[in-house]
Design a protein around this ligand. Structure first.
Ligand SMILES: Nc1ccn([C@@H]2O[C@H](COP(=O)(O)O)[C@@H](O)[C@H]2O)c(=O)n1
Ligand SMILES: [Mg+2]
Length: 289
């Protein structure tokens, strides 16, 4: 059915359930389908040539517009909070206030750096960011078959939009909800717009007020793509979901986190820098029979 599911990176706890879901989504057809995806470390790569790829925040943190002191402070925050973010032994209740603390402190530091709106394209161009292998096929297939692609990210919206724009795949079916920068009349960053989106509030609490989910109420089949346990709630606001297939990229601390990911995601992709499996499933679902 989907040869890519035989890859050695693929782990599935309940294969029959997954095959049933894929068949049901195919039966409903492309007109009932929507894709809801995280951005950082899901559509973008986790590793690049043996090093960590930057998140949309890291692209700014490491850029030439940030002072050396600012860079050090932002790196210290990352080293303190990232292990908390991915710790499988801490509860979400424990993590949530700490994530608010991380994002708030990082956004305050970034807002002191006089970042210019006009510098964003160059900042992205000069960064090491890479989209996962196969991103072209993913965006092209969804565009060709008019399948909405909703990117729900706790990263920086202005940066990730620029990444997909520079990759020439920012098609009209792509819609982004993320943290956006607020610039003053001279185009200088003054703060970030609310609501603040962090790893563990990606749900309808931040989507209330966006008409987006209501518009998609007829799209009752969902393919959800994420890399964090926080991404699992991204579809919570969608009314009348019939079939939801959750695909999780397990990038870091694979052994420690495998059990929780297998319980939560239908398909787990371990240290897989490609979109092969997602593309294979979409090819099967969207291919005319
Ligand atoms: N100051 C920060 C805050 C968060 N991050 C990372 O960004 C990721 C969030 O973006 P998604 O598209 O994945 O929702 C998150 O996993 C954090 O690790 C960061 O790098 N710097
Ligand atoms: Mg992510």
């Amino acid at each position: 059915m989907v040869p890519e599911l035989q890859k050695t990176t693929v782990r599935i706890q309940q294969p029959e359930r997954v095959m049933g879901l894929i068949r049901a989504i195919k039966e409903q057809g492309g007109s009932k389908l929507q894709v809801i995806s995280d951005f950082d470390m899901t559509l973008s790569r986790f590793g690049c040539n043996g090093r960590r790829c930057p998140t949309s925040h890291n692209i700014l943190d490491n850029s030439h517009v940030i002072s050396e002191d600012g860079k050090k402070k932002l790196k210290d925050l990352l080293h303190h909070y990232y292990p908390i973010e991915i710790d499988p032994n801490r509860s979400l209740e424990e993590k949530r206030p700490l994530m608010v603390e991380w994002w708030t402190r990082a956004h305050e530091l970034l807002s002191q750096q006089k970042i210019q709106k006009g510098d964003i394209a160059q900042i992205v161009r000069e960064s090491d960011v890479m989209l996962r292998d196969g991103f072209n096929e993913l965006f092209d297939q969804l565009h060709k078959y008019n399948v909405p692609m909703f990117i729900f990210s706790a990263g920086v919206g202005d940066i990730l939009e620029e990444i997909i724009r520079q990759a020439n795949v920012f098609y009209p079916n792509v819609h982004v909800v993320s943290n956006y920068m607020d610039f003053d009349d001279n185009g200088v960053l003054k703060c970030f717009k609310s609501p603040l989106i962090h790893t563990y509030n990606k749900n309808n609490s931040v989507l209330q007020g966006t008409a987006y989910f209501q518009q998609l109420s007829t799209r009752t089949s969902i393919i959800l793509l994420g890399d964090s346990m926080g991404d699992l709630t991204m579809a919570d606001g969608v009314p009348s979901v019939e079939n939801i297939l959750k695909i999780g990229f397990l990038n870091d601390k694979v052994e420690e986190r495998r059990g929780k990911y297998l319980d939560a995601y239908d398909i787990v992709l371990e240290s897989d820098e490609t979109l092969d499996v997602v593309n294979g499933i979409l090819r099967f679902i969207l291919m005319e029979t």
